[in-house]
Design a protein around this ligand. Structure first.
Ligand code: ATP
Ligand code: DP6
Length: 364
């Protein structure tokens, strides 16, 4: 599989204007992507649960310009012009122009909203960039109607990756692998693929309650963090470990061994943050309440034997993961013991999801 297949031939249709819309979820990595090569190629494989409630909805309106000129687009978040979202999208447009050669032919209006706070480590770049990539694919599909769903999804994932690496894991669900590796046949550095092996019933409707320990924008973006893996003293070991952890996860997913699952994902989360703390310059994204919550989760698990575990993204917020069958008692614990460590007591109840959906635009 190469990038070449995503470069279109001449389009068969001419479209002057229109509107398309997609909602696309965020995702939470179990084995983390941290470190990348040129062109958004990951240094190691990752695997994530696609989320359900945490999502972006984007409406893309386009009208053809008289003459081709530079990129022409405006972004609105929750109805308000959002100039500080423009640079990431401009970089995205530059990277994908060769694969979407119509980009300079249109004026775009991007109206977007997230169901959760952005830039705080709940992967708004993943849902936001994948929603935009999907909208652009819908436009391309109108220009070239003879496109299979499999190609549509694969190219949407490929383009999303060029917007934000982890975004390539948001197009489909429920478990997505990104990054070529020896464990998952068909895996690719270029796009995400559905995890193709047996997954035990224990993981069905797996719950993710996201504790909003800190809703503020984080001090160091993921992009900057990835770059600090270049020349990092532990980089080689970390990249090798991610391959090993993916190999270990396969029998765990098959057998439904939740103790082993929790041990693996918690170790991944803490290793991610260890990489941040041992970067140069070093940085810490966890907050005191992140550690409070982690310690409480560990005590509660010891006391009850319940299968409550956590993972972290690049931020202070804690993703509490647990099986649906134990949801009632764990949710009660979260409400009574953990919510007080969240900003304004806020948390988001989410669970495994199945990917993006196109929304029908009504003209009335
Ligand atoms: N709905 C959206 N549409 C387009 N771009 C978005 C949207 N939401 C967020 N973004 C972009 O993503 C950036 C935030 O990404 P960043 O990686 O810093 O944080 P995050 O995605 O919340 O956390 P993570 O590190 O877990 O991915 C925003 O500054 C903005 O450029
Ligand atoms: C910690 C992570 O969430 C890192 C996500 O990094 P991004 O995909 O947000 O980074 P860019 O490619 O620079 O946009 C781990 C993961 O999702 O695998």
């Amino acid at each position: 599989m190469t990038e070449q297949q995503f470069i279109p031939q001449v389009y068969s249709k001419d479209i002057t204007e229109g509107t398309v819309s997609w909602e696309s979820p965020s995702n939470i990595a179990l084995i983390k992507y941290w470190g990348k090569k040129k062109d958004q190629i990951p240094e190691n494989p990752s695997i994530s649960f696609t989320l359900n409630a945490c999502k972006t909805t984007t409406v893309l309106s386009y009208s053809k310009k008289e003459t081709t000129s530079d990129f022409d687009f405006k972004v609105y978040l929750d109805g308000e012009h959002k100039p500080d979202f423009q640079p990431k999208i401009k970089t995205f447009f530059e990277r994908v122009l060769v694969y979407l050669p119509f980009l300079k032919d249109y004026t775009f209006k991007i109206e977007t909203s997230n169901t959760f706070p952005h830039s705080s480590g709940i992967a708004s770049s993943a849902s936001g960039m994948s929603a935009l990539a999907l909208c652009l694919m819908s436009l391309e599909q109108q220009l070239q109607p003879e496109m299979t769903t499999a190609f549509f999804n694969q190219k949407a994932s490929f383009l999303s990756r060029l917007g934000s690496g982890s975004a390539c894991r948001s197009i489909e669900g429920d478990l997505i692998v990104w990054g070529e590796n020896e464990t998952v046949e068909g895996s690719s550095d270029l796009f995400g693929v559905k995890y193709p092996y047996a997954v035990h019933e224990n993981f069905k409707n797996y719950q993710d309650t996201i504790l909003l320990v800190d809703k503020g924008e984080k001090q160091v973006s993921s992009t900057v963090g990835h770059n600090l893996m270049h020349g990092h003293p532990f980089a080689a070991q970390r990249f090798a470990q991610a391959h090993e952890n993916l190999a270990s996860l396969k029998p765990i997913l098959e057998s439904g061994d939740l103790d082993a699952f929790i041990a693996l994902i918690e170790s991944e989360a803490l290793t991610l943050h260890a990489m941040m703390m041992t970067s140069m310059p070093y940085f810490i994204l966890m907050k005191p309440n992140t550690l409070e919550v982690i310690n409480k989760i560990w005590s509660f698990r010891k006391e009850t034997g319940l299968h409550i575990g956590f993972t972290l993204d690049a931020g202070a917020n804690v993703h509490v993961l647990y099986p649906k069958s134990q949801a009632e008692v764990i949710l009660k614990f979260i409400k009574t013991e953990l919510a007080s460590h969240c900003q304004n007591g806020q948390f988001i109840s989410d669970e495994i999801g199945f990917g993006a959906n196109q929304l029908i635009i009504s003209n009335g």
